[in-house]
Design a protein around this ligand. Structure first.
Ligand SMILES: *Cc1c(COP(=O)(O)O)cnc(C)c1O
Length: 403
């Protein structure tokens, strides 16, 4: 076999479909967000980022940066090992305490990323519980799907956010069979929100565990940033709450929170936890500062929601096909991968606006979109500029308007 031509052919196939991914070469500058420098074909230039998951700009917050600088000076660069072999730093312990307090759980457990947290926790829980059936929402993130697949547990997929469908599947199973319902709170590509309480009711009725990915909600919803489960008053009802430190908290890392026994079990049996080096102490210190800050600064969440609502309203008034999001995520439908990429390219080239095209497999084919994430730092002037730009691009490419 010619290995090199195999790789090249597979890449050529992506290009033919128009969904070959090109990374925007960005240089973030602390203090300038949502602006950044873009290293494009015509040299570096300042652009406005409209698709960052640094939802609140915590990645440049002075409290976070100061905590990270201090921790580097105190502790040095790396953790020096896995958590078990010399790598547990006091900042890891403090951060796990802070996260369990945030979610009102007995314990929390850190991972290198949210992806690894989902993969490892689901893989470990579902692998060891005999005959467990996993009920998985149809729109679940790749990290949950991988964790479930690797566990080799039996899996049934229920229609997205569909309580009745989930009920049907659960009702057909023996009550004593172990079950786990895996779902997200805020779905990141459509912006819709799960009926968490109704899923918990089903879990109670059918004796199932619940596993909730709050990656796009921690820091952003609830009185203290505990997520949609906090907002809805159901945080205490979940078996596992999973989150990231890389999105609203602006740093990097992932975690699960839940009972002391569950966390200890994953800590003790989860290979993605055991065999991977601990995150650098400065990363834990930065995340700790961010979680603490957002716990007591609810006004940032209020402003964030206002910005998202305003952008949705302004897009809708301009006749753009905004998808029906219930959250801070503002997706605009294009419906074709080539046009989606072209729209993104024109926004960058002609208007210094950066929004990444979202194509298959992140979303289903035919639902390609631009996904805008307004932050508290996107002011009215930035929105005015975006509105002019997007209407220009929509006209140039004759893209579809709202029905
Ligand atoms: C981004 C994401 C993850 C992974 O989190 P990272 O910390 O970025 O690895 C998990 N679940 C969902 C729904 C995500 O969007």
């Amino acid at each position: 076999m010619n290995y090199e031509s195999f790789f090249a052919d597979r890449i050529a196939a992506l290009k033919r479909e128009g969904r070959y991914r090109i990374f925007a070469d960005l240089e973030r500058r602390a203090g300038r967000f949502p602006k950044a420098f873009f290293h494009g074909p015509h040299g570096p230039r300042e652009i406005t980022v409209w698709c960052s998951n640094d939802y609140l700009g915590m990645g440049q917050h002075p409290a976070v940066l100061a905590a990270m600088h201090r921790a580097i000076d105190e502790c040095g660069a790396g953790a020096g090992g896995t958590r078990n072999i010399s790598g547990t730093n006091h900042y890891h312990v403090l951060l796990e305490r802070e996260l369990s307090d945030l979610h009102g759980t007995e314990a929390a457990l850190l991972f290198g990323s949210g992806w690894i947290a989902n993969m490892t926790a689901l893989n470990t829980i579902c692998r060891y519980i005999p005959d467990i059936l996993v009920l998985s929402d149809a729109d679940n993130h790749n990290s949950m799907i991988e964790g479930i697949i690797h566990s080799r547990a039996e899996k049934r997929v229920f229609r997205h956010n569909d309580v009745d469908h989930l009920n049907q599947i659960l009702a057909a199973e023996p009550l004593e069979r172990p079950k786990l319902i895996a779902f997200e709170s805020v779905y990141s590509m459509g912006g819709d929100i799960a009926p968490i309480g109704a899923f918990c009711d089903l879990a109670d009725r059918y004796n199932a565990m619940t596993f909730l990915d709050e990656v796009h909600a921690v820091g952003l919803y609830g009185e203290r940033g505990g997520g949609v489960a906090e907002r809805d008053g159901v945080m205490h009802r979940l078996t596992v709450i999973q989150g990231t430190l890389a999105k609203a908290f602006g740093v990097v890392g992932g975690y699960v929170a839940g009972s002391a026994a569950m966390c200890d079990f994953v800590r003790s049996y989860g290979t993605g936890f055991i065999f991977s080096s601990a995150m650098p102490p400065a990363v834990a210190a930065g995340a700790l500062a961010s979680v603490r800050h957002l716990k007591v600064h609810h006004e940032v969440r209020v402003r964030h929601q206002e910005r998202a609502a305003t952008l949705k309203r302004r897009f809708a008034e301009a006749g753009l096909p905004v998808l029906p999001s219930q959250s801070h995520i503002v997706p605009v439908l294009v419906g074709d991968p080539v046009l989606c990429k072209q729209a993104s390219d024109l926004l960058m080239r002609d208007h210094a606006i950066y929004v990444q095209p979202i194509n298959y497999p992140t979303v289903p084919r035919g639902s390609e979109r631009l996904r805008f994430t307004p932050t508290p730092l996107h002011d009215d002037a930035a929105m005015d500029h975006l509105l002019v730009a997007i209407q220009d691009v929509w006209q140039q490419l004759r893209l579809r308007l709202a029905a």
